[in-house]
Design a protein around this ligand. Structure first.
Ligand SMILES: Cc1cc2nc3c(=O)[nH]c(=O)nc-3n(C[C@H](O)[C@H](O)[C@H](O)COP(=O)(O)OP(=O)(O)OC[C@H]3O[C@@H](n4cnc5c(N)ncnc54)[C@H](O)[C@@H]3O)c2cc1C
Length: 455
């Protein structure tokens, strides 16, 4: 007799989890409420529906999301296999024909001898039996209420508000200064000071920039605590100066006075190689963000590793409620997968489906759960969910700021010795972003393979 696993949600994460668990000696019952009930973004009766873009983003293995996909292929991902079969030309990205993709996923899942599909809305989490919850960012409301009862309402969110992240080395430290508000010490924040003209130029550009239109189910539903900066600006020219761009208690060391306005940057990783823009959640288009935010003094050359967004999203405060195995801490028979676990994006959601599916299978068989190494893209995502640096948890796409510090010594050891410069100083050129990424990616793949062989 095979162990039984229940999965709620036949989207990207749920289908992947079902595939993984069924291929690891379990019998899966997969529930989805379609076609009787559709979320505001779903419209196809098929499983594995892509609700918006048809792209899984970059396929370049040196990019963080390309690396994640490489790792998923090594983990026998169903979605990666089907994406390859249904792909359409998209340059360096992996994009698919969405109808063919969802139809092929549905067929593979339906044809699997150890997966049973039941089309039914689930309103409550089962009180026993290993269960994976993969009901996505638009989880139906009864189930979301029940999840809130299981996790504590304060640990379930319905919107995410993501601020951009920039690399530290792209910031101009001749302009940007380090200080915490009203603090004499060295300070934890980097501060970009504006004079009045710079501030006026910035807010005019912000008001004029292109915005992403809201979906009907997103309208007028922002929380006061996470308003987009452009919405704050609509309330008056000074609103930002009295909000996230407040300059008081942050004297500019060059003048000894508070600036007219300040953008604060908070450390995003332990080594301080990435910073996020405090309070800068936004609905500006990606190109609009780059254009406007490069007007911020000291950020003229800013290199963005993540851009800002706000959208409807049901997700748990993962660090409070999840174990690294993706089990709920206080209801360990329930595992979370997909966007609801606190990751962001198609690929990331699917990757959490792989881990939840495999861990559910292992739990049901009395085996220890799996935790991929932290220097892999899967490990970095789990680490983001379970040990974040920031007090305010927000979902994240995979990016290299989630990885352990870059090991320059290990990188240099792989490079040929360069001849000394005429002034006898050893040539130590800056390591390019591309070289860093390629090196991290290579290490991650080696690490994942070693880990898989050790299981
Ligand atoms: C409007 C919108 C657009 C997005 N666009 C993109 C994008 O372009 N690119 C990107 O990378 N990411 C995007 N995302 C984010 C995210 O990657 C996707 O939502 C992704 O589909 C999440 O995968 P999932 O498996 O967690 O959830 P889903 O793919 O949404 O699957 C959840 C499934 O659970 C079912 N379900 C829900 N409640 C119940 C219930 N009570 N009982 C039974 N079944 C239930 C649903 O019918 C659905 O089939 C978007 C999110 C939203 C909301």
């Amino acid at each position: 007799m095979k162990e039984k696993i229940t999965i709620i949600g036949g989207g990207l994460a749920g289908c992947e989890a079902a595939w993984q668990a069924a291929n690891h000696d379990c019998h899966v019952t997969l529930y989805d409420m379609k076609p009787d009930i559709y979320s505001p973004a779903h419209e196809s009766p098929d499983l594995g529906e892509l609700v918006c873009s048809n792209s899984f983003r970059s396929n370049d293995p040196a990019s963080a999301v390309g690396l994640l996909k490489e790792e998923m292929r090594l983990l026998d991902s169903l979605l990666m296999k089907v994406a390859e079969e249904t792909k359409v030309p998209a340059g360096k990205a992996l994009a698919v024909d969405r109808q063919k993709f969802a139809a092929a996923i549905t067929k593979q899942i339906s044809d699997h001898p150890d997966i049973e599909i039941i089309r039914e809305e689930i309103k409550e989490l089962p009180s026993s039996g290993i269960t994976i919850l993969a009901s996505g960012p638009l989880t139906a409301s009864d189930l979301a209420d029940d999840l809130a009862r299981h996790t504590g309402a304060e640990h379930l969110a319905f919107y995410d508000a993501i601020a951009p992240i920039v690399t530290a080395e792209s910031l101009n430290r001749d302009i940007i200064f380090q200080a915490s508000r009203y603090d004499d010490g060295p300070g934890d924040y980097l501060n970009c000071p504006f004079d009045k003209d710079e501030y006026l130029q910035f807010i005019h550009a912000l008001a004029a920039a292109d915005k992403v239109p809201l979906k009907s189910f997103e309208k007028q539903k922002y929380f006061e605590g996470c308003l987009p900066i452009e919405v704050m600006l609509e309330r008056g020219d000074d609103t930002l100066r009295f909000g996230p761009m407040k300059p008081v208690g942050l004297p500019d060391p060059r003048t000894g006075h508070d600036a007219y306005a300040v953008v604060q940057l908070r450390m995003e990783d332990r080594e301080g190689s990435h910073y996020n823009m405090v309070g800068f959640q936004t609905k500006l288009t990606y190109s609009g963000q780059k254009e406007v935010f490069r007007l911020i003094p000291g950020m003229e050359q800013a290199d963005f590793v993540r851009l800002g967004s706000i959208h409807r999203n049901t997700f748990v405060c993962a660090p409070k409620v999840l174990l690294p195995s993706l089990q709920l801490k206080n209801h360990p028979h329930i595992l979370l997968a997909g966007q609801i676990s606190g990751v962001e994006g198609y690929v990331e959601s699917t990757a959490m489906g792989i881990l939840a599916g495999r861990n559910a299978a292992r739990l049901s068989q009395g085996l220890t759960t799996l935790m991929p190494p932290p220097d892999t893209a899967h490990g970095a995502l789990v680490r983001h969910l379970t040990e974040p640096l920031s007090k305010h948890f927000q979902p994240s796409n995979v990016n290299y700021s989630l990885f352990p510090p870059f090991d320059k010594k290990a990188f240099r050891a792989t490079q040929p010795e360069l001849p000394p410069l005429p002034n006898k100083k050893r040539r130590r050129s800056r390591i390019s972003k591309r070289d860093k990424a390629a090196f991290r990616s290579q290490l991650a793949i080696e690490s994942l393979i070693t880990w898989l062989l050790s299981l």
